[in-house]
Design a protein around this ligand. Structure first.
Ligand SMILES: [Fe+2]
Ligand SMILES: [Fe+2]
Length: 281
């Protein structure tokens, strides 16, 4: 575990229950206009983040999402959803998810994942969720209770020396450019944050450590080191991602920024009592 701000809710953990040394009053739901503005500085009360990913809402998920997150306000001040919100990116799934998320009483910040693109209309998924008060980030940033959140979907392409290079066929260059564009969007989003504390959410993994557990053959499809580059140039406190359902919970960037794979199947498979990771800043 790279740092102690991760509040373990793992069954049987000696870290026990959520700490009671916090917290500010949650800002209450109601869309971007009701999101507390930051005070900045060291006097700001800590913010509890509930982070998860890969909810994969289907047409048959009615009641499931509400059951998963209906009481998250008792533990956290903001819910972070790191993509694959829907299973196939259809309008039916998006509408159902949006309806379920209206039961969440705290701000919800999200990015889309590859599954949200499957139907070819990711903008409709984003719009539907936005109309329900979810802050969907795609190269943008938002501030909640004084903490900044920057989000992108990210892209694939491999890690380290295995990262696919911008060379050869036009199709390969277009593929690599998609990853570069996502990295630039993240850099742009981070540049717009003025907060002391900054959280990054993305769907794909920026490092390979949090992919460990998946088959090595599919690592290049789980994320890309290009997504780590903006994290080297802007102060970031923590990164959350999903996508690697069978990966590892924790890792860190080359510069020591904690990275958490919060794919819900991974969290629940690791014994978490709740379908999200709790982190306080
Ligand atoms: Fe997924
Ligand atoms: Fe995914």
């Amino acid at each position: 575990m790279p740092d102690d701000r991760w509040v373990s809710t793992t069954m049987g953990s000696d870290q026990g229950e959520v700490r009671d040394t916090i917290i500010s009053e949650g800002p209450g739901r109601g869309g971007p206009g009701n999101w507390g503005q930051g005070e900045g500085g060291s006097q700001r009360a800590k913010v509890r983040i509930a982070a998860t990913a890969d909810v994969h809402c289907t047409k048959g998920s009615s009641g499931r999402i509400e059951a998963l997150f209906g009481s998250v306000h008792e533990r956290a001040d903001v819910l972070v959803l790191c993509g694959d919100l829907t299973d196939h990116g259809t309008q039916d799934e998006a509408v159902l998810l949006a309806r379920e998320l209206t039961h969440v009483r705290i701000p919800v910040v999200a990015v889309l994942g590859n599954h949200d693109h499957e139907a070819g209309t990711p903008e409709k998924v984003a719009d539907t969720l936005s109309e329900a008060g979810v802050q969907v980030l795609d190269g943008e940033a938002v501030e909640v209770n004084g903490v900044g959140f920057a989000g992108v979907k990210g892209f694939l392409g491999g890690f380290g020396r295995g990262t696919l290079g911008f060379w050869g066929e036009t199709a390969v260059k277009a593929f690599v450019q998609a990853a570069i564009d996502e990295a630039l969007k993240l850099e742009h989003a981070l540049a717009h944050l003025q907060t002391d504390q900054r959280v990054v959410l993305m769907h794909y993994a920026p490092i390979d450590t949090t992919c460990e557990g998946e088959r090595k053959e599919i690592y290049p499809y789980l994320g890309c080191s290009r997504l780590e580059e903006p994290l080297m140039r802007a102060p970031v406190d923590v990164v959350f991602h999903g996508h690697a359902h069978k990966g590892s919970l924790t890792g860190q960037t080359a510069q020591g920024i904690p990275v958490f794979n919060v794919a819900m199947p991974l969290l629940l498979g690791s014994g978490s009592e709740v379908p999200y990771m709790l982190y306080e800043l």
